[in-house]
Design a protein around this ligand. Sequence first.
Ligand code: GCU
Length: 431
Amino acid sequence: MTHLRYRNYFLVYLLLTACGFLPAQAPPPNYDETQVPTYTLPDPLVARDGTPVTAADWPARREELLRLFEDHVYGSVPGKLDSISWQIVEEGEAMRGKALRRQVAIRMYYGPHELRAGLLLYVPNQANGPVPVLLGTNFFGNHAVLPDTAVLLTPNWLPNQKAYGITDHRATESSRSARGHRWNPELVVGRGYAFATIYSGDFDGDRPDDWTDGVHPLFYTGTQQQPAVDEWGTIAAWAWGYSRAIDYLVTDTLLNPDQIVIMGHSRMGKAALWAGANDPRAAVVVSNNSGCGGAALSRRRYGETVASINEAFPHWFNDRFPDYAGREEDLPVDQHELIALVAPRPVYVASAVNDRWADPLGEFLAAYHAGPVYRLLGASGLPQDTLPPPNEALDRTTVGYHIRRRGHAVLDYDWNQYIDFANRHFASSGD
Ligand code: GCU
């Protein structure tokens, strides 16, 4: 009896939801491989009109895919800056003499608007000539990445975090190095790479209720107060931030402009892939545990789904992506095509065994299914369609992959893999 009553309530709930009276809630996550729906991936090598794509057709197909990702997932960038300028605002010895620290103010202008961001750079001292650089976007400010008291504090909004002493959305002295467990700039510098980082919130604060900060208002027209349905969400703003940092990096004579590696973890891994798809100056693109909306295939609906990500983070994507919740098969793209947009440049996707929310197998399969595009363009894809064992990287191909033991994080194993991978490609490209 009770059972029946609950069933009736549930039917009424479904009806109200379907009629738009109640917000649809994402169903609980699936972690059972047998419950993954059967799906067919869109073929990156077949154009929308059904024409097979040859190497000569790839540039046009690439544009088509970029527009589809803009229109249905990340949103388009509505304008182009009038100008951008940089100023080195601080410089000093760092890492006990191992590196030069350089802090750069990036100023971006459009019409009457200005946006400022801070870039933090460490360049190894023992270099003979320009060095490769690894660029990552951080989540709590440049000062939170490592214990260096000279790092400038961002004036911009930060997520509150009591443990870091951030209670009014402002950077604090006590949040210095708070994210040191996620970053290892000294390891990067020790391996002969410069390390660069920017704060995501300088480009857009990670909050759903506010479209007044960050880059979005720069390009509003008329009385516009938030991005239009198909315009950029926050992930696209972060991806844009990677490119503005690259604008500076290619001008710094201590760095090799042809050896820029961009890397992002988790939500920044999603942004790094979208940045790498758009910006060919990113010579190597690394996505660490990026999951749904990053490297993981949406159609698998394993762990985090299109429904759950848009429910929890309604500001990350454009306003069309949520329409695909529960009907992923209608998406005109899937994430293997995002990875393929980096081709033929090297791309590395990394998962972690316990990071089931990010769907490690979905991340691997997306990397695997980018392979045909890499091969078409004379590069190489992953050599097998089954997951390698933990900590046994598939890193000899232009698409690299590993699944690391333990959970959602960036560990020294990951950093070393990324540098080994980039070294191999830089050595073979003769740069
Ligand atoms: C949440 C979110 C993920 C994201 C992650 C992170 O878990 O659901 O999509 O990747 O945060 O950025 O750490």
